[in-house]
Design a protein around this ligand. Structure first.
Ligand SMILES: [Zn+2]
Length: 140
């Protein structure tokens, strides 16, 4: 299928969505990151808010950030600690990618999704449109 056809097809799928589903996608807003530096460590002070908003396991999200930054990370209460200095923008960027890859339904873009595992393969199941898609990564 040519690229243009594919884009047109996606456009048609999106046009067929209910307004409700679209509003839900717009509703999910990531909290602003609250970062503090101490020596050569970075603390994400409001780490705990992200798993709640994204509705994913805090451990998985921490592992994801640690892997992307390629540094050790640790949870300390509501906070997460990373070795090295990280910019707030780095966190924001990664959370956006995580949201795209692990939370939003690829069919309707609703954030109301959950993860199910079948024979160790993780699927994203959309509670808005019912689509079931495979997850690329292992941090869900
Ligand atoms: Zn969906």
């Amino acid at each position: 299928m040519a690229g243009d056809d594919y884009a047109a097809l996606l456009g048609r799928i999106r046009d067929g969505l209910s307004d409700e589903a679209r509003q839900e996608a717009a509703r999910l807003e990531l909290p602003p990151v609250d970062v503090m530096w101490e020596g050569q460590k970075t603390f994400l002070r409001n780490f705990a808010e992200f798993p709640k908003v994204l509705r994913r396991e805090p451990e998985k999200i921490l592992q994801y950030l640690a892997k992307e930054f390629a540094v050790p990370a640790e949870r300390i209460g509501e906070k997460a600690m990373f070795i090295g200095k990280r910019d707030p923008d780095d966190f924001t960027r990664l959370f956006k990618i995580y949201l795209q890859d692990y939370v939003l339904c690829p069919t309707c873009e609703s954030p109301d999704t959950r993860v199910t595992k079948e024979n160790r393969i993780a699927f994203l199941v959309c509670e808005a449109c019912g689509a079931k898609s495979t997850l690329k990564g292992k941090y869900a």
